[in-house]
Design a protein around this ligand. Structure first.
Ligand code: UT7
Length: 322
């Protein structure tokens, strides 16, 4: 069975910064509250007219360039997002066309903050089954389009961005995805949701609702559980992880996950301070940050772990590179 190897990562962030000081002028909050409760200092926000597909395309181009791969050699494109330009066509189709990836199929995958882990797991199955050789897996979200900037419970948390990874078929004993685990619990549906985003009638503009305290307690428990279970399922422990690349929702959740695995924070990639919670983009953006910081090498042992609205959570253990 071929192994799904991750060979390159690219990212795209909007230029515009929204700092805690900016938010303190918009809602009743302070830099001190946001920093101590979440770890976020600033986030990036798109300019008017800049869409999810624009960020996804830019991240994909950066990734292909880094990989030295032509768009025509890509077989498939999976975009994890909850903020696509429109429900139809998919962002993946727009990206496929703009890249000139004429031999690629594409679809979007809707799994909130666990979207990238779910998309990477899906790509892994295509590759392991021999049905595809090269898949672009993209996490992209324009959260600013679905945030109520009068709601201090949510507006301080989220930002916009995109990251893309090229996943290739490789040798069965080589680097790549060694294992993943996905979970769902629709019992948490009401705690983190986007009312008005689907076909159920709603009187206001769609905006993220979150019961922060409830989501926090589930996130802490589930992220730690799935992180531990994913590595244990491979006969490994935290000692076999060089880098944890977690979903960036709250620095306190990230620290609790690392602590459970007994992995020191020096081995955890954190960029929440600079970009906030970008939903499906957090993990590929953090991967790109690790790459830019010279922390990704051939064979680096990485654990991805995420939790999000649904509830949905998952983890993936991989070794980096060709
Ligand atoms: O990415 C998908 C998954 N999402 C997550 O994992 C997020 C999970 N939740 C969280 O990260 C945290 O619950 C939050 C950061 C959202 C909130 O932090 P918290 O420590 O759980 O605060 P809280 O909701 O318990 O609120 C504490 C107090 C409340 O006031 P009272 O009731 O104690 O008087 C809030 O009204 O802080 C107040 N508050 C704020 N104060 C200043 C809530 N938001 C703010 C704010 N600025 N922006």
């Amino acid at each position: 069975m071929p192994r799904a190897r991750l060979v390159a990562v690219g990212s795209a962030l909007p230029e515009r910064r929204l700092t805690n000081a900016d938010l303190a002028k918009m809602v009743d909050t302070t830099d001190e509250w946001i920093t101590t409760r979440t770890g976020i200092r600033e986030r990036r926000i798109v300019d008017p007219g800049q869409r999810c597909s624009d960020l996804a395309e830019a991240a994909a181009r950066a990734c292909l360039e880094k990989a030295g791969t032509k768009a025509v050699d890509v077989d498939g494109i999976i975009v994890a997002t909850i903020t696509g330009d429109q429900l139809m066509p998919s962002v993946a189709n727009l990206v496929q066309h703009r890249l000139g990836a004429v031999n690629a199929w594409g679809f979007d995958l809707l799994n909130a903050c666990n979207g990238f882990v779910a998309a990477l797991s899906t790509a892994t199955c295509f590759i392991e089954s021999g049905r595809a050789k090269r898949i672009l897996v993209i996490g992209a979200d324009v959260m600013s389009a679905i945030i109520d900037y009068e709601d201090r419970n949510t507006c301080i948390l989220f930002g916009d961005g995109a990251g893309a990874v090229l996943v290739e078929a490789g040798d069965s004993q080589g680097h790549g995805v060694h294992g993943f685990e996905l979970h769902s619990d629709g019992g948490g549906a009401a705690e983190l949701a986007l009312p008005g985003s689907g076909t159920v009638p709603h009187d206001a503009k769609a905006a993220v609702f979150q019961n922060g305290r409830v989501v926090f307690s589930h996130a802490v428990r589930r992220m730690a559980e799935v992180a531990e279970s994913c590595v244990a399922g491979l006969g490994l422990t935290g000692a076999d992880v060089d880098l944890i690349i977690p979903h960036q929702a709250n620095i306190r959740i990230i620290e609790a996950t690392a602590e459970r695995l007994k992995v020191p924070m020096e081995r955890v990639v954190v960029n929440i301070d600079r970009v906030g919670n970008t939903t499906a983009a957090t993990i590929p953006l953090a991967l790109a940050q690790a790459d830019a910081d010279g922390r990704l090498h051939e064979g680096t042992r990485i654990l991805l772990v995420a939790f999000g609205g649904g509830f949905t959570w998952g983890a993936c253990y991989l070794t980096w590179g060709r």
